[in-house]
Design a protein around this ligand. Structure first.
Ligand SMILES: [Zn+2]
Length: 257
């Protein structure tokens, strides 16, 4: 209830709310919202102390799942003690009978909201935009018990309206700085070579729904580990929970994070 009151400030009334009930005040300051979220959910995502301003860090991100290859990927990441960030689709979480979504949380990965059905958010009504995010939040929370703090707009398509809705849902927008184009080039060697070109602070975009992308991961981990990289979640990359509504790309100067 407390979360609902915090997160739905300004979202409008629901059918269970009497029309005359006073609405909670809209929280305008994303820093205040982030602190309130942290207060009701202090232990997730669990952040390790990694100073990515001084160390070489890279955030691997996997979109559009969970899917049938996600289990293999989770096994690889667990074997090598690597944490990543998964931007999940609500409809895939709903179909995830293998329990991969819950395992992501149990294994220490970070989850982000990638909408329910992967539409371009800039081309839809406010109501549909809200439900694409809110319905995905709801099923992930029901499935895993955690409330996500990140979102990634499908195709990277965003504008001020999307940013505002993300802010109201308590979500930071996370784009990427290195696109492996793994959806187009279904070749583990090509995908691994592109991901291996990460620089300190990179957010690397991959998709765990493609077997070729999952097959590339051992080489990606080998290459980057050899170069001295530490694999971190998006929140760890920034050293704190990213602020709701703000957009992060991974291309920021690591020293200015
Ligand atoms: Zn996607």
């Amino acid at each position: 209830m407390l979360l609902a009151a915090i997160l739905c400030a300004g979202c409008g009334t629901t059918s269970t709310t009497p029309a005359a009930a006073p609405r909670p005040p809209v929280i305008a300051d994303p820093g205040v919202l982030a602190r309130r979220l942290a207060a009701v959910q202090p232990d997730w995502p669990a952040r390790r102390v990694v100073d990515c301003r001084r160390r070489k860090c890279v955030a691997l991100t996997f979109d559009d799942g969970p899917g049938e290859y996600t289990g293999r990927l989770l096994d690889m990441l667990r074997d090598r003690h690597v944490r990543a960030t998964f931007f999940v689709l609500g409809e895939m979480v709903a179909a995830d009978h293998a329990g991969y979504t819950r395992r992501m949380v149990e294994d220490g990965h970070e989850l982000g909201n990638h909408t329910w059905s992967h539409p371009p958010l800039t081309a839809m009504s406010d109501e549909r935009l809200r439900s694409e995010l809110a319905d995905t939040e709801a099923i992930v929370q029901r499935t895993t018990g955690v409330r996500m703090r990140l979102m990634r707009p499908p195709y990277g398509a965003t504008d001020s309206r999307v940013a505002e809705q993300a802010r109201l849902e308590g979500l930071a927008q996370i784009l990427w700085s290195l696109d492996t184009l793994d959806w187009r080039d279904r070749d583990p060697g090509i995908v691994a070579r592109r991901a291996g070109a990460a620089v300190p602070g990179s957010i690397v975009l991959m998709h765990d729904i493609h077997p070729t992308s999952v097959a590339a991961v051992p080489r990606v981990l080998d290459t980057l580990a050899r170069k001295g990289y530490r694999f971190v979640t998006v929140s760890e990359l920034y050293g704190r929970a990213p602020l709701p509504g703000r957009t992060y790309t991974g291309a920021e100067n690591p020293k200015e994070r």
